[in-house]
Design a binder for this molecule. Sequence first.
Ligand SMILES: Nc1ncnc2c1ncn2[C@@H]1O[C@H](COP(=O)(O)OP(=O)(O)O)[C@@H](O)[C@H]1O
Ligand SMILES: CC(=O)N[C@@H](CCC(=O)OP(=O)(O)O)C(=O)O
Length: 301
Amino acid sequence: MGAHSSEASTKAQALIESLPWLREFQGKTIVVKFGGNAMVNEELKRAFAEDMVYLRQVGVHPVVVHGGGPQISAELERRGIPSEFRGGLRVTSQEALEVVREVLTVEVGPQLSALINEHGPLAQALSGETDGLFSGTRRGTVVDGEKVDLGLVGDVTAVNPATVTAILAAGKIPVVSSIAPDSAHHGQSLNVNADSAASALAVALGAAKLIILTDVAGLYRDWPNRDSLVASIDAAELGALIPSLESGMIPKMTACLDAVRGGVPKAAIIDGRVLHAILLEAFTAEGIGTEVIPTAEEAAQ
Ligand SMILES: Nc1ncnc2c1ncn2[C@@H]1O[C@H](COP(=O)(O)OP(=O)(O)O)[C@@H](O)[C@H]1O
Ligand SMILES: CC(=O)N[C@@H](CCC(=O)OP(=O)(O)O)C(=O)O
């Protein structure tokens, strides 16, 4: 076989490998979290937008929840507003919250939507504050056994997915940012980590999968030992591993665990620095990154 025909047969093979996946996810909702660290250049953002359009075109319903942590940090620094992370979450003052909201809902969300819309009028950006999508409660965290006050940081405690389902029903792609109104204080909003917002939305939508893009190949059991990449882990094992994790991996893996425990059959952490990572995850038999699945007993229920 000549080089040309062998390349063609590799492409045909990739298409054939996608068949079981297409059957599994046809007509189903997939929540995709696009992290700020995976948005490092225009080419990656464009490829991500193409992947979302592709999924929609083949009959899957993608919902995007985006982060923007590094972009928020850059803007806070530019304005001279102090910012620190504790347990992977940003300690957020009222002043910082205004910047979080502005960067996520005025900058990152509309930019991603515009890239998707280069392929047709498909994306609709909305914030967790829109139409009561999210409702949150303030949370702290525990670092080295000590309680830490994170300020205006919340967990999503209720989701009203009506607007998201209406956008999906109209054949469009919702692009959601992770700000939530505080259910206990009218008019106050909370900064929610985008991984946990994506997880709450995936559960509320009854999504078939949660995919989180980040800037590493997946979860390393023994970080930073590069031989310890986890291909697949169940909820019970992950629950036992989370207390030993560091920084940004804590909210990320907790989000996967909560999604799977909340009834989402699969969650995956994949490397968003790889062009078309979503299609590789979706359309190759073995997938890429780390997959989280329910424990055997949970899956049987
Ligand atoms: N066990 C681990 N496996 C993989 N990455 C880890 C682990 N522990 C810590 N990390 C760090 O977590 C980072 C991902 O979290 P974060 O920076 O919050 O990403 P994002 O912006 O995509 O949400 C990785 O780049 C890596 O440096
Ligand atoms: C509470 C908290 O930490 N909120 C995050 C929200 C954005 C986010 O999660 O962005 P990435 O996914 O890019 O990290 C923050 O302020 O950075």
